[in-house]
Ligand binder design. Structure first.
Ligand code: MN
Length: 296
């Protein structure tokens, strides 16, 4: 099942070229704030996709081409993100940091958080802040969407807590400033285009990732090369924090990260999860003196 948010907060299930509107039976008020309808749906029915399928059977349908898809989860409790989690990317980061001998990787360093407000949808542009002399990079990632929450989840239990998967782009200002600041600009976490439920993904440890900028392939990898694998990430995050339904885990980027510029068109895909095709625009907001020094 492919779940989406659309037309400013409605909830739907995409089937073929139609979207079934389950906003009502899902108990979601599309104009309510905060916009937690999808989180609430996953919380109530994440363990029981049949209940969602039952909502779909009697739902009104709209042509998919006539709706605007929103970020599938607008207000999760948190966005967990794993850093360097593929060997080839770790090697390229070492090469670019001259003189810095790094043993930095997800297995040794753990995870970080991106701000929830950096989330954006499949039809939203990435808006770059006006920062002189800094590179802003794309990172092509697969996202895990938590279903049943929990703390201290073991590897053996991990898949029982996963609701689904999505494409995610982790956008980042390169530099040595605090990572949360560099990765948390509005629109720096495109997610979607939908949430694909876990039952549709035969082996999440064998998914092809691909990211192009203006048609040029920048990143190509497969999730079987993850250093901390999917159960390992659920185990590590839940060792520290209670995971809640709808929490997003960005699983880390493979090699090939690089700068994006206003006017670029970025396409990020994961096999079985669809693609995010995103415009990159120049924004007016986001300058701050903290950036007024060379990247170091
Ligand atoms: Mn990343």
């Amino acid at each position: 099942m492919r779940l989406a948010r659309f037309n400013e907060g409605r909830i739907g299930v995409i089937e073929g070229n139609e979207i079934a509107d389950i906003t009502g039976p899902a108990g979601c008020d599309p104009v309510a704030w905060p916009p937690v309808g999808m989180v609430s749906l996953i919380g109530r029915h994440g363990d029981d996709p049949d209940a969602i399928a039952e909502m779909v059977r009697s739902a009104p349908r709209l042509p998919l081409a006539e709706v605007r898809l929103d970020c599938p989860i607008d207000w999760p409790n948190k966005v967990v993100a794993f850093p360097a989690n593929y060997d080839a990317h770790i090697a390229e980061q070492r090469r670019t940091k001259v003189g810095l001998i790094s043993t930095f990787d997800a297995a040794g360093q753990g995870f970080f958080l991106k701000s929830n407000s950096s989330l954006s949808g499949p039809e939203d542009p990435i808006i770059l802040p006006p920062i002189e002399g800094r590179e802003i990079h794309h990172e092509c990632e697969m996202a895990i969407i938590i279903g049943r929450g929990g703390r201290g989840i073991t590897r053996a239990e991990a898949y029982d807590h996963i609701f689904g998967y999505a494409c995610l782009v982790d956008v980042v200002v390169r530099g040595r400033e605090e990572r949360v600041m560099r990765k948390s600009y509005d629109s720096f976490c495109p997610l979607g285009p939908t949430i694909v439920t876990a039952d549709e993904i035969a082996d999440p440890n064998d998914l092809d990732l691909r990211l192009t900028v203006n048609g040029d392939v920048r990143q190509e990898a497969n999730t079987h090369d993850l250093k901390v694998d999917i159960p390992g990430m659920v185990e590590m995050a839940s060792a520290v924090m209670t995971l809640f339904p709808g929490d997003v885990i960005a699983t880390g980027t493979p090699a090939g990260v690089g700068p994006i510029q206003p006017g670029d068109r970025l396409v990020s895909s994961v096999s079985g999860l669809g693609e995010l095709a995103l415009e990159v625009l120049a924004g007016d907001l986001g300058a701050h003196p903290v950036w007024n020094k060379p990247e170091n």
